[in-house]
Each structure stands twice: as C-alpha cells, then as structure tokens.
Design a protein around this ligand. Structure first.
Ligand code: PGA
Length: 251
C-alpha cells in the first residue's frame, strides 16, 4: 500500500485555524441536526490557541453551541493540581471551556494528581470511557519536536494506549520557560496512546513555524516508526496536517 499523508499549507496559522474550526463546526451542527452528540479529542500547547479562539468566536458571534459535544483531552502532566497555570485542566478551561457552552460533565481530562497505584486503573477507565462514548469522532493534535502526538515520545509504538509516560528531555527543554526552568517541568505525564489516537475517525494535526519544519517532514515523508509517533498517521485513513508556510518549508 502506498502511504501518503494529506496536508494543506496556509499563509498564516489563523487561516488554517479558521478552516479547521469551520470543519469542526459543521460536524457539530450536522450531528445536532440529527439529535446526536459528537466526541472530540483535544490538544493543548501554543499550537491550537488560534483554533480555540476561532471556536469561541463561532460560539459568541455565530451561535455555535457545544451542548452536544463530549471532549477527551490527550494528556495531562502528573503532579499538577487543576489550579496550576501549566496544568492542562487549567489551560483548557482558560482557553476554551470557560468561554463556550460545553457541559462540564462532558469534559474529560486525564487526572494528574492520583497516587501512583491509582494511575493504571484510571488510564484503563479513560480508554473505556472513550469507547463507551462511541469513540473519538475527530482528534485535534499538535506535534512536539520529538515527533510526539499527545506525550507519545520516541519509542511509543502503535499498540500504545492511555498510560503514564516519562517525558523526553527535548520536550522538557521546550516546556522549561513556562515552568521557570528544566528541573521544574514534571517528569511524567498521562497520555492517550498512539493506538487511542489512531482509533479516532478523523485526525487533524496543526503545526506552525520553522522550528517544526524538520519534524513535520519526518512525520509526513519519513518512515513509519515509533521513533516519530506522528509518522503512524501516514497509516490513518483520514488524517490531515494543517501547516503554515514555515512549518511546511522542508516538504
Ligand atoms: P506546542 O506543543 O503547541 O506548544 O508547540 C506541541 C506539542 O508538544 O504537541
């Protein structure tokens, strides 16, 4: 089978985010018209911020309701309480959930503050809940410079599911400024696995800027390998990369 990743290149992140938000809005509205819900996998980081800003605008200015939406976030650091500004719980509420009408009971994130012996059961329950909700209709992704999607660092193969992982040094280096230094970055996180992500019916990955150009090239045009978790998306039947020109500059 010839593998080919679909990608689109935009002049600006805002244009890409607008197109992706329009696709998401269409999915929400078509399901609502059938009286049905829709399940999204969501991502954190700087990358999805223009996308979330556009979803908020669609809610406030164009009446897009999220009342039929269920969300599952990809990952969460371990050890950070909800009110910690770098927790993904805080990020999602601050940058999206507090500004739209999603029902709090439909929001799901891995819990980062469990005792170590509680984590395996929590991860299994997270996987089970995604399945019980009918699976992910659409998964939103960024990509780390290690090629991670979620926190699936190099070595994560396509059998991996939700679990606790150790963060790569490059990932911690990129997060260090936000935490006031490398040593303050949590050492582990809970993340959906590559198999969890590959189970989504649609996958949409965003990447902006020159810093992402070389890993974007590996993910799209390199071999499918656990060394670059995003490369597994080449095997997904409906995955699209949304790129700005600098991120696409090595393709
Ligand atoms: P970023 O992170 O959006 O902050 O660049 C992306 C990622 O690590 O997945």
């Amino acid at each position: 089978m010839e593998l080919a990743m679909n990608y689109e290149v935009f002049d600006t992140p805002q244009e890409a985010a607008k197109k992706l938000a329009a696709e998401v809005a269409q999915l929400i509205r078509s399901r609502a018209a059938e009286g049905k819900g829709v399940v999204f996998g969501l991502a954190t980081g700087a990358t999805p911020l223009p996308f979330y800003a556009e979803l908020i605008r669609l809610h406030k200015e164009e009446g897009l309701s999220f009342a039929n939406v269920t969300s599952f976030n990809l990952d969460e650091y371990t050890g950070l309480p909800h009110e910690h500004k770098e927790s993904y719980w805080y990020f999602m509420h601050h940058n999206l959930f507090d500004h739209i009408d999603i029902k709090p009971e439909n929001v799901n994130l891995p819990c980062g503050t469990l005792a170590p012996d509680e984590i395996p059961a929590h991860c299994a329950a997270y996987e089970a809940k995604i399945k019980a909700c009918g699976g992910l209709d659409l998964q939103i992704l960024g990509i780390g410079r290690t090629g991670h999607i979620g926190f699936n660092e190099p070595g994560s193969d396509d059998k991996t599911i939700t679990r606790q992982v150790t963060l790569d040094d490059l990932t911690k280096t990129d997060a260090a400024p936000a935490f006031g230094g490398f040593d303050n970055v949590p050492k582990t996180a809970i993340t959906m696995g590559v198999a969890t992500i590959m189970g989504a019916k649609k996958v949409r990955l965003m990447a902006w800027g020159e810093k992402k150009a070389s890993i974007v090239k590996k993910a799209i045009q390199g071999p499918v390998t656990a060394d670059v978790a995003a490369s597994f998306l080449q095997k997904h039947p409906d995955a699209v990369f949304f790129l700005d020109k600098p991120a696409a500059s090595e393709l």
